[in-house]
Ligand binder design. Structure first.
Ligand SMILES: Cc1cc2nc3c(=O)[nH]c(=O)nc-3n(C[C@H](O)[C@H](O)[C@H](O)COP(=O)(O)O)c2cc1C
Length: 355
């Protein structure tokens, strides 16, 4: 099976979740024996269709533009058995790069009118490749893909060639839960294998890909703090990542949501550890983290007999957490205190963003 996999995300440098998902789908397809070519549309020159109908009249089947679409991509598309359209969800539908590509496939149709299944259609000059649509979104709900789904079902439905729609909401938060990320990506590889072996993706595999990874409250709390930090520091998300920055909590709730990301839970092993924070200053509040079997659960307030208690001004701890202040130096200067298992605390914090 010859497959052309089109990626229309403009993002580079490992930022793109469309690319991440597509790479895994392609790995599964190749494993199942398909010949796959991946094309990043951002690297190609694709003029906009100007609606001249030259491809229907003067030069039937040939576009008047002389760009990468006419020279390279349109012939490749026509020669493929399957095209994967991988697009980030922009304004609840496909993005402009992908739309431009699709519009430029007009030469495969003839201008005449026919009716099929109660629908007006143009006859085809060449049989188009079957289609798989892959998309990722920022928001967490599956219905964000409804518009795109409706569109691609109508568009590709006229040739009965839509083999699968693969959608991943909350794509930007995939990395918050490494275990779930692994399952989602493993299921995406599996989807690639299934497509080559049986020209469809099973409901079970799709469910794994779409599985919820975050509840709205945590999504909003951590997302808002992330954007607030970018605004306050004057950095884009790409720069935030490149500088290895850490979101700065501004409340006990956002601290409770974000702090576990930086904890090294391994030293706790099979046991259980309770870490107590008592903050003073702008956010004078307390919370605990119970660490058990690689899981961290946060609760506001106090717990009896914590293993480690940290008393600190909230802003100082946020400086340490975001690496604006040195935790060890602040400890030596007695800017905060620790009681309990100091050795364990050092081990728990041996991850870059734990403070
Ligand atoms: C211009 C623009 C429009 C977007 N529109 C939506 C949207 O309508 N719904 C949504 O859930 N996410 C939306 N997003 C978020 C992207 O879908 C999300 O960041 C995705 O991960 C981008 O894909 P990429 O990582 O492959 O570039 C939008 C992002 C941009 C830049």
């Amino acid at each position: 099976m010859k497959i052309l996999a089109l990626n229309s995300s403009p993002r580079t440098g490992g930022q793109s979740k469309t690319e991440l998902m597509l790479n895994h789908l392609v790995a599964g397809m190749q494993e199942a024996g398909a010949e796959v070519e991946v094309v990043n549309l951002r690297e190609k020159k694709i003029e906009k269709c100007i609606g001249c109908y030259t491809c229907w009249t003067k030069t039937p089947g040939k576009c008047l533009h002389k760009d990468d679409m006419t020279k390279e991509l349109f012939p490749k598309w026509l020669n493929s058995d399957l095209a994967v359209y991988a697009t980030p969800l922009y304004n609840y539908t496909l993005n402009a790069e992908m739309k431009a590509f699709m519009e430029r496939t007009l030469p495969f149709l003839e201008p005449f009118f026919e009716q099929r299944d109660n629908r007006s259609v143009h006859p085809v000059r060449h049989t188009p490749p079957d289609a798989v649509v892959l998309s990722v979104a920022g928001f967490i709900e599956m219905p964000v893909f409804d518009q795109l789904s409706n569109y691609v079902q109508f568009l590709f439905g006229r040739h009965n060639g839509l083999l699968a729609e693969i959608y991943r909401p909350a794509a930007e938060t995939l990395s918050r839960d490494e275990n779930k990320k692994e399952t989602v990506l493993a299921a995406t590889i599996q989807a690639g294998r299934e497509l080559v072996n049986s020209r469809q993706v099973s409901a079970e595999t799709l469910n794994q890909i779409q599985q919820p990874i975050i509840d709205f409250q945590t999504f909003a709390l951590t997302g808002n703090i992330f954007w607030k930090t970018c605004i306050a520091e004057g950095v884009t998300p790409k720069e935030f990542r490149e500088k290895n920055m850490v979101p700065r909590p501004d409340s006990i709730e956002s601290f409770m949501a974000l702090f576990p990301d930086g904890l090294n839970t391994k030293p706790v092993g099979e046991g259980k550890t309770i870490l107590q924070f008592n903050f003073s200053g702008e956010v004078a509040d307390s919370c605990t983290f119970s660490i058990e079997k690689d899981k961290v659960s946060a609760e506001q307030g106090h717990k009896e007999n914590p293993d480690i208690t940290i008393e600190a001004p909230f802003e100082l701890w946020m400086d340490i957490m975001t690496r604006k202040a040195d935790g060890q130096q602040m400890f030596m200067e007695q800017k905060y205190t620790v009681s309990g298992d100091l050795e364990l605390m050092i081990q728990l914090f041996q991850k870059p963003n734990a403070g």
